[in-house]
Ligand binder design. Structure first.
Ligand SMILES: Nc1ncnc2c1ncn2[C@@H]1O[C@H](COP(=O)(O)OP(=O)(O)OP(=O)(O)O)[C@@H](O)[C@H]1O
Ligand SMILES: [Zn+2]
Ligand SMILES: [Zn+2]
Length: 802
């Protein structure tokens, strides 16, 4: 077959189709589906994905493929199909979906090199090409006469590998190792010969006498508390030797994880695991919802299910909300499965991400633990997919393609005929409703593994505190509990719920609030730089001394940032040691882990932080959890705000009393009677579910209906309204009579970056044609979108209603 069907990298609606290209003779044997190619497109050369091959084309005079970028396909047949589905389901371009499935490095064209991995004889032509070298530039191969099939075979045998040169740096990292340069008894002699005053050198040698293996230079510095000069002196004397070695940039040092063994399961764990194992054995797809209270041992269930999958020679994907936020989670998977685990998350550098992806692609690992996009891991023999904390909204991508990882997981589970496990202490209403209907299999764990009761929750009415003259952000009860906890040598987690509660600037005299001149939103105060910033467009200005409206001096910032809480805490309890964890203190790579480690080592009494401390943490010594502002989220214009509040309170309460010590939770609130706060304090998920479902039914929200959100934005206000209104009318004409089309209404942020934003929301139960209808409507505006800077976006599963 000498014609390739190619999806090209052009971001335009009109181009969302395959183009035929002729496959030149030299690529004919190796070119296969799922490879990236370079093709001519108009006057340009662009990349594309080969999605099929055929004998004949209805077009004449096809252009030829210029180059092939991969020797092994980067997308499997399954992933090609999956990408097509994702694109169609989310109304995105095929190319956008395919690119979302690959690490960044593979989205661009990078230089490549070929590395010889073996001393054994290569094929004749290859020996000639390498000419005694271990590494050659890929271009040398392209310019040679060596057939592509020969190279492909050598790569498949593992004799040669391809390396992408990212950012002109090699993707592999070079590390310096130090080792003894003499045999043991000679090393001892050398030790004796050293002058007794060379204390540091003697110390290093005594280390090597005990551990004569090579050790990383950096580690050696730490282990022996020494420096470069000392090592260099020993190297110069010929006692030690240094050499450089290429290693994978492994962000996690596998040897540093303590090996763990499967725990004997509790009865409830056993009952949850058993049906999953059954599906694994019978190669059947099914979706399980493991609803287990915090600390009920859900992770141990995942681990043992994966173990079974690995035993069958299959692979596992584990999604966690944003893994950099839960280093403890990585530890648990690496501890059980060691170097069989790849880790993928957004805090890794592009090179590191690529390394992890490549380990999966090369089948060097069995398990991937990762954030949302890890759902596209190129495994070909999946035995299980696990989504931990399935209620987290980070599983929904907010850019194109706007997919939900849960949907993709189920699609892949069906293809591979393997179970999908959703786990949470607070499942989404959507999932729980499905489980109750029997669409998913429900397993309930209502006991903690340590058989401790869930920590008791006390709700403090902050309005009363105010009446009684306590103007601080800490209630009397919280202060009392914190003090007695610290006295007993126990630790405290303090949550500041910052969503919808940022630090804005207001004039106390006239009420004027500083807003962004380009977006319809209050500016946020940044203390360090004494500036006001817009979080949507990046606009910034200096904090004013006087109110621009009334010239009063009483302009100041409101709201409670973590910094301010920290200051207040230091005043209230000067002896307490506080670790603050928020976006500011965790920006640096590895900072997150360091802070948690310090807390685990009891270097602080209080861990103060935002949402990021609410989940996944497991510290034995934490007995008190305080929630400073439990209701700040309740008033956001989002129908899920009660659900999110319930989830957050339940999750953060679960951080206390997880081991021997029992725990307590204090929730401060201005709306203590709100059902989501009341029911969270009673850990009554079932009751919350029933109550909230009634509300969703009454107001017609998911899971009773599906939503689609169309957002139109334009610099001209009238135009934005008109187009949204026209779209709403067009849709109204074709949808069924049960379907509701709302709009045009201003988006919750009605202006952003000087563009007016209007939206149209569709609530429907059954509209099989809705996607194609919306597509047709969008096509009407395709020209205007290209030429007039009109933007129309569609979200078929909106989470951020902002
Ligand atoms: N069968 C078991 N026997 C004894 N201890 C167990 C068992 N299973 C789990 N544990 C321990 O119980 C604690 C809680 O388990 P785990 O963290 O897996 O719970 P979880 O349900 O995932 O909690 P969360 O939702 O709060 O993250 C952990 O310290 C874990 O090591
Ligand atoms: Zn004023
Ligand atoms: Zn702005």
């Amino acid at each position: 077959m000498n014609i390739a069907k190619v999806i090209v990298d052009v971001q335009a609606k009109a181009i969302n189709q395959t183009f035929d290209y002729l496959i030149p003779e030299k690529f004919r044997d190796i070119l296969s589906e799922g490879m990236r190619v370079i093709v001519p497109f108009g006057p340009r050369k662009i990349t594309g994905f080969v999605v099929g091959k055929k004998e004949e084309s209805e077009f004449e005079q096809l252009k030829e493929i210029i180059d092939v970028l991969d020797i092994n396909p980067v997308l499997t047949e399954e992933l090609l199909e999956l990408g097509k589905w994702v694109a169609e389901d989310t109304l995105t371009l095929y190319i956008t979906a395919y690119q979302a499935m690959l690490p960044q490095v593979l989205k661009a064209q990078y230089k490549k090199e070929l590395i010889r991995n073996t001393d054994e004889e290569l094929a004749h032509e290859l020996e000639f090409l390498f000419a005694g070298r271990d590494v050659i530039r890929y271009e040398e191969f392209v310019q040679s006469t060596v057939p592509y099939t020969t190279l492909r075979n050598a790569i498949q045998d593992g004799a040669i590998s391809i390396n992408y040169l990212v950012k002109s740096k090699v993707t592999k990292k070079v590390i310096t190792f130090i080792e003894p340069n003499k045999e043991a008894h000679l090393l001892e002699e050398a030790f004796m010969d050293l002058s007794p005053s060379a204390k540091k050198q003697r110390h290093v040698l005594s280390f090597f006498l005990e551990f004569p293996e090579p050790v990383e230079q950096q580690k050696l510095y730490n282990l022996t508390n020494t420096n470069r000069a000392v090592i260099k002196a020993l190297v110069d004397k010929g006692i030690l030797r240094e050499y450089k070695k290429e290693v994978y940039r492994n962000p996690y040092d596998d040897t540093s994880f303590e090996k763990t063994l499967p725990l004997p399961l509790t009865k409830q764990q056993e009952m949850a695991l058993h049906p999953i194992i059954e599906k694994i054995h019978n190669h059947k797809h099914d979706v399980f919802l493991v609803h287990g209270v915090t600390g009920s041992g859900k992770t141990e269930i995942y681990l043992q299910a994966i173990q079974e999958v690995i035993k069958q020679g299959k692979e596992a994907i584990v999604l966690v909300p944003e893994i950099s936020l839960t280093p403890q989670m990585v530890k648990r998977f690496k501890g059980r499965f060691g170097s069989d685990v790849a880790v993928m998350h957004s805090a890794l550098s592009n090179g590191e991400k690529y390394d992890e992806w490549r380990k999966i692609h090369a089948k060097e690992v069995k398990v991937v633990v990762g954030a949302r996009s890890a759902i596209f891991a190129p495994f070909e023999n999946l035995g299980i997919i696990i989504i931990d904390e399935e209620h987290e909204t980070t599983y929904k991508q907010e850019d194109q393609p706007r997919y939900h990882a849960r949907d993709v997981a189920i699609k892949r589970g069906q293809y591979h005929e393997c179970p999908v496990v959703l786990g949470s202490a607070t499942p989404t209403l959507e999932s729980y409703a499905r489980a109750k209907k029997g669409v998913y299999q429900l397993a309930t764990l209502d006991k903690r593994t340590n058989n401790q009761a869930l920590p008791k929750v006390e709700i403090v009415d902050m309005r009363n505190e105010l009446h009684e003259g306590n103007r601080s952000m800490f209630s009397i009860a919280l202060k009392r509990e914190m003090e007695s906890g610290i006295e007993r040598g126990e630790q405290i987690v303090l949550l500041l719920n910052r969503r919808g509660y940022s630090t804005f600037v207001m004039c106390r005299d006239c009420g004027h609030v500083k807003r962004c001149p380009h977006c319809d939103i209050a500016l946020t105060y940044h203390k360090n730089s004494n500036q006001l910033k817009c979080h949507y467009c990046g606009y910034e200005e200096r904090m004013p001394h006087l109110c621009p409206e009334c010239n009063s001096e009483s302009i100041r910032y409101f709201g409670t940032g973590t910094q301010r809480v920290e200051e207040a805490l230091n005043q209230l309890m000067p002896h307490a040691r506080v670790i603050r964890m928020d976006v500011d203190t965790t920006r640096k790579k590895g900072a997150h882990e360091k802070l948690l480690k310090r807390f685990a080592n009891k270097e602080a009494d209080i861990l103060l932080g935002t949402q990021m401390i609410a989940k996944g943490l497991d510290f034995a010594n934490v007995t008190l959890v305080g929630v400073l502002t439990s209701d700040s989220m309740l008033h956001l214009p989002d129908f899920r705000s009660s659900e999110k509040t319930f989830q957050l309170l339940t999750q953060v309460s679960g951080r206390a009393g997880r081991h021997e010590l029992s725990g307590k939770v204090i929730v401060q609130s201005y709306t203590p009677d709100h059902y989501s706060i009341q029911l969270a304090s009673e850990y009554d998920f079932e009751k919350f579910f029933l109550y909230e479902m009634q509300i969703r039914k009454k107001f017609r929200y998911p899971p009773y209906v599906y939503l689609a959100l169309i957002t139109v934005s334009h610099q001209n206000h009238v135009k934005a309204v008109q187009i949204t209104s026209r779209i709403a009318q067009l849709l109204l004409k074709v949808v069924g009579k049960d379907t509701i089309v709302l709009g045009p209404t201003p988006s919750p942020i009605a202006r952003m970056k000087d563009r007016y934003r209007y939206q149209c929301m569709i609530k429907y139960k059954n509209e099989p044609e809705l996607r194609s209808t919306i597509k047709k409507v969008m096509d009407l505006y395709a020209d205007e979108m290209r030429k007039e800077d009109l933007s129309i976006t569609v979200d078929m599963q909106p989470y951020h209603l902002m």
